[in-house]
Design a protein around this ligand. Structure first.
Ligand SMILES: *Cc1c(COP(=O)(O)O)cnc(C)c1O
Length: 354
């Protein structure tokens, strides 16, 4: 069976038979200066945004594909990576019959999306070192388990997944393996994109929301086998990436120096905060991190969360996640913000020893 045939067996029949909506701007976008456009019922008086945006995002997609070193038929963009994850459910999972697997404690969106899409979820906990339990995952999988969601570096635990275990899953999992790399820029390990040519079932999602500092524009990136991308493109809404987003992303991506500097500073601050937080008497443990946050175990998470909030610092109370009782997640801030956090923690420590 060819790679494309294997993918075709996973897609929902509904999507395989779908003819995509052809929008007015599908054909003529590239030459818009020279032509009179009376095809899309737009307002003809020029402003930056009176025309519909390019539904194929050609310029932006080509730039991102070249930066990532993949062919542009292996890449699609979404309104944030949440949008792409949702699209994967709608393209590959038949409601009330198919299932997906995720590995808690992990990003809560996989569960929310499975519920919203009426798709069963099997949760196979990460092991004690926050790594996938390969045997348990494979034992829980079958022809109806369409997607396995991996998150590396994982949110909220912070660590990259073990490469050998992920490769074993890519070789043996019967469905698609999504690796959510929202934090990949903060890790030493360059991530799994280099395996795209080797495994037709590998799907990588990335985002401009974290390292790139563009959470407000909503832009997610999905890289996969061209057949997977072709199915996803059939099901996407025509103008899913707005013009303002495309322009802003082009500007930022053409200036990679800022990203490198900011990521390096965040990594340095992550090291400093890890060191300082572990000295705090009510912090029991600081977990190692490949991301832009630190997960810490404290004596009483609800108490410490509220004390910090009262002093003007919001962290995430992650105690509700599986096996993360009494944990808090600290995003790494600017150096002066981190200083402030450390001062506040020191003040709480003084009070608690009185
Ligand atoms: C923040 C985050 C995202 C980003 O989602 P966007 O919709 O692109 O903003 C994706 N996955 C994980 C694990 C995250 O923590």
């Amino acid at each position: 069976m060819s790679d494309s045939e294997r993918i075709s067996k996973l897609v929902r029949p509904l999507i395989a038979g779908l003819k995509p909506y052809s929008s007015a701007r599908d054909e003529y976008n590239a030459t818009r200066e020279a032509m009179v456009f009376l095809d899309a019922n737009e307002n003809p008086f020029e402003s930056d945004v009176n025309r519909y945006p390019d539904p194929h995002q050609r310029q932006l997609r080509q730039l991102i594909a070249s930066l990532r070193g993949v062919a542009d038929n292996k890449l699609m963009l979404g309104n944030g990576s949440d949008d792409l994850l949702d699209l994967l459910f709608r393209v590959f999972c038949e409601p009330y019959s198919d299932q997906v697997i995720c590995l808690p404690p992990t990003f809560a969106m996989y569960k929310v999306l499975s519920q919203m899409n009426g798709v069963g979820l099997k949760e196979i906990p990460l092991d004690a070192g926050w790594q996938p339990d390969v045997d348990a995952i494979l034992k829980a999988s079958g022809p109806d388990t369409k997607i396995l969601f991996l998150c590396s570096p994982n949110n909220p635990t912070g660590q990259c997944l073990d490469e050998e275990r992920v490769l074993e899953l890519l070789r043996n999992f019967p469905g698609l393996v999504v690796i959510d790399e929202a934090y990949v820029e903060f890790a030493e390990n360059p991530g799994f994109a280099k395996y795209l040519d080797q495994y037709e079932n590998l799907i990588i999602t990335q985002t401009l929301s974290k390292a790139y500092g563009l959470a407000g524009i909503r832009l997610g990136v999905c890289m996969a086998h061209p057949q997977v991308i072709a199915y996803m493109r059939r099901a996407k809404l025509p103008y899913n990436i707005n013009w303002l987003t495309q322009q802003r992303a082009l500007d930022v991506l053409q200036n990679p120096g800022k990203l490198r500097e900011e990521v390096a500073l965040i990594q340095t601050e992550r090291m400093r905060m890890g060191r300082e937080l572990s000295r705090c008497p009510f912090i029991v443990k600081v977990f190692p991190s490949d991301a832009n946050f630190l997960l810490v175990e404290v004596d009483d998470a609800a108490l410490r969360y509220r004390q910090m909030l009262d002093l003007g610092v919001v962290v995430r109370n992650t105690s509700g996640y599986l096996r993360l009782q009494n944990t808090l997640r600290f995003t790494i801030g600017k150096p002066e913000e981190n200083d402030r956090v450390l001062e506040i923690l020191a003040s709480l420590t003084e009070k608690s020893t009185l």
